[in-house]
Design a protein around this ligand. Structure first.
Ligand code: AMP
Ligand code: ZN
Length: 471
C-alpha cells in the first residue's frame, strides 16, 4: 500500500490528497523542451522538481510511468499561431538543417539532465515521430465539430464550442485576449482559438512538413502533447507537469482538445513549477539573460551543487539565482559529502532506521506538497544530531538520497579515491598561491587537470573535484 500524498492542484487551486486511477500506479506526463536552443538552469529547475516529484512518489510506494515529449516541430515564435517555427528559424541562423538543430539541442538537454542526476522518463517521445497520431486526433475533433479551416493558414480549434474552455487558466482569458494587442491570425473566430494543423506556405518549402487530409503542413504545438500522452498513458492522466508559463495557453489548449475528443477529464492533477529568475527577471531563451549548466561547470562547481541549491526552495515559489547562493550551496553540499566520506573511509557499516522519528518526519515532509526546504533542514538536523552515531547519520542521509538525488555516496567515494599525487599537487599549488606565485600555481592547476581533476578555491581553502565534461 502506498503512503498518503498531498499535492497542490492548479486546477482546483488547492492542496489535495492524491488518488491514483489505478492503485499503486502513477501515469504522469511531463512537458519536455522545445529543442531549438541550449537548456538553461531555469529549465533545469523545472526538471529537478519533476524528478523530485517522481522520486517522492516512488519513495511513498508508487510505481511511476512518466512520459516526456521532445518538441522538435511546430512551436512557433509567437503564441498567437503566427511567426516562424522556432527550429526552422534557428536552422537558418546556424546553417544547419532543422533536424540537425533538434539533434544538437536534444543532446545538450540530456547532458544537462543527466549531470543533475535526473532519472530518465519511462518513455521519451518525439513530436516528429507521432504525426500520424496527431492527424487522427485532429480528424476526431473535426468529426465532432470542434474545428474550422482558415484558407491558406490551417485548421483551428473553435474554443467557443467547449463550455468550460479555459478552466485551468489563472487569468481571465477573454479579458486578457480582448484587451491585449495580440497579432491575430486573420480569420480566427475568437482570440483564444488555436491552430491544430498549419499549412506549409505556398511559396516556400519547409524542411519539416507532412501530408494530411487537409494538405501539406505541420502540427500545432499543443496537439502533440495530447496525442502522445493519450497514446502511451490513456485518455486520463494522473498527473500532468510543466512550468507555470504553460498554464494559460499550452495546458489550457491541451485540455480543450483532449477533452473535446474524449469527453473525459484529461488529467486529474496539474502540477506547475515556478520560474528561475536572473537578477529578478524571468530567465528565458528569448531574453538571452540565462546561464547554462556549462557556465556552472566552467566555474568549477559540480552540477549537483545546483541541484542542492534548488532543493532549498519550494517548487511553488520563484527562485532568484545568484552566484552567492550557489557558493553557499557548494559549501553545504560538500560538507554532506565529507560526512558520508568519513564513514565510508572508516569502513563502518551504514545503518538506516526506517522507523526512526527522523525518517517518519522525512516521509511526512515530502508527502505534504514536497516540502523540500524543510527536508534540507531535517538533513542538517540529522547530520548534527547528538543522539545518532556517524553510521546512523550517514545511513539515514544516504537512504533519503533516493529522493534528494544528490549522489552523495558516489561523490563520497570519488573524494576518498582522489590520488595522493593530486592531493599533493593541490596542496603545493595552494601554498604557491598564498605566497603570490600565481604563474607557477597555474602550471600545477594544469597538471592536476591532466590527471582529470579540478581545484576550486574558496576563502578558507580549496576543494578538489573530479572533472565534469561540459555539454
Ligand atoms: P520550453 O523548452 O521553453 O518549452 O521549456 C521547457 C520547460 O522548462 C517548460 O516546462 C517550461 O515551463 C520550463 N521553463 C522555461 N523557462 C523556465 C525558467 N526560467 N524557470 C523554470 N522553468 C522554466
Ligand atoms: Zn506540452
Amino acid at each position: 500500500m502506498a503512503n498518503r500524498f498531498f499535492i497542490y492542484n492548479t486546477m482546483t487551486r488547492k492542496v489535495e490528497e492524491f488518488q491514483p486511477i489505478e492503485a499503486g500506479k502513477v501515469k504522469m506526463y511531463s512537458c519536455g523542451p522545445t529543442v531549438y536552443d541550449y537548456t538553461h538552469i531555469g529549465h533545469a529547475r523545472t526538471y529537478v522538481n519533476t524528478d523530485i516529484l517522481k522520486r517522492s512518489l516512488t519513495w511513498l510506494g508508487y510505481e511511476v510511468f512518466q512520459v516526456m515529449n521532445i518538441t522538435d516541430v511546430g512551436h512557433l515564435v509567437s503564441d498567437a499561431d503566427t511567426g516562424e517555427d522556432k527550429l526552422e528559424k534557428k536552422a537558418k541562423k546556424e546553417g544547419l538543417s532543422a533536424w540537425q538543430i533538434a539533434e544538437k539541442y536534444t543532446k545538450h538537454f540530456w547532458w544537462s539532465l543527466d549531470s543533475l542526476n535526473i532519472k530518465r522518463p519511462w518513455r521519451v517521445v518525439k513530436a516528429t515521430d507521432h504525426i500520424k497520431e496527431m492527424i487522427e486526433l485532429v480528424k476526431t475533433l473535426e468529426r465532432k465539430g470542434f474545428t474550422y479551416v482558415i484558407e491558406g493558414d490551417g485548421i483551428y480549434f473553435d474554443t467557443s464550442k467547449l463550455a468550460d474552455y479555459g478552466k485551468l487558466a489563472t487569468v481571465d482569458l477573454k479579458k486578457l485576449r480582448a484587451g491585449a494587442r495580440v497579432e491575430m491570425v486573420p480569420g480566427k473566430k475568437h482570440p483564444t482559438d488555436f491552430a491544430l494543423w498549419k499549412f506549409s506556405p505556398k511559396d516556400k518549402k519547409r524542411q519539416m512538413e507532412w501530408n494530411s487530409p487537409w494538405g501539406v503542413g505541420f502540427p500545432g504545438w499543443h496537439i502533440e502533447c495530447s496525442a502522445m500522452s493519450m497514446k502511451y498513458l490513456g485518455e486520463t492522466l494522473d498527473i500532468h507537469t510543466g512550468g507555470v508559463d504553460h498554464i494559460n495557453v499550452h495546458h489550457t489548449n491541451e485540455i480543450a482538445q483532449s477533452e473535446a475528443a474524449t469527453g473525459k477529464p484529461f488529467a486529474n492533477y496539474w502540477v506547475h513549477f515556478e520560474f528561475v529568475l536572473s537578477e529578478g527577471e524571468k530567465m528565458s531563451k528569448s531574453k538571452g539573460n540565462y546561464y547554462r549548466l556549462d557556465d556552472i561547470v566552467d566555474k568549477g562547481y559540480d552540477p549537483l551543487v545546483l541541484r542542492y541549491l534548488y532543493l532549498t526552495s519550494h517548487y511553488r515559489r520563484p527562485f532568484n539565482f545568484t552566484w552567492d547562493g550557489l557558493e553557499a550551496a557548494d559549501k553545504a553540499y560538500w560538507r554532506l559529502v565529507d560526512l558520508v566520506a568519513e564513514v565510508i573511509s572508516q569502513g563502518s557499516k551504514l545503518v538506516f532506521r526506517a522507523e526512526s522519528g527522523y525518517n517518519k518526519k522525512f516521509t511526512e515532509l515530502i508527502s505534504n506538497d514536497l516540502l523540500m526546504p524543510e527536508v534540507v533542514s531535517l538533513v542538517w538536523e540529522a547530520a548534527k544530531a547528538g543522539d545518532l552515531k556517524p553510521e546512523e547519520k550517514a545511513g539515514l542521509i544516504l537512504g533519503w538520497d533516493e529522493v534528494l538525488g544528490l549522489s552523495l555516496k558516489e561523490k563520497a567515494k570519488e573524494q576518498v579515491r582522489i590520488p595522493g599525487k593530486v592531493k599533493a599537487l593541490a596542496q603545493e599549488r595552494w601554498r604557491l598561491k598564498q605566497s603570490g606565485r600565481f604563474e607557477k600555481a597555474d602550471e600545477l592547476r594544469d597538471e592536476i587537470a591532466k590527471l582529470g581533476y579540478k581545484v576550486r578555491d574558496r576563502q578558507d581553502g580549496y576543494r578538489i573535484i573530479k572533472e565534469h565534461k561540459a555539454g
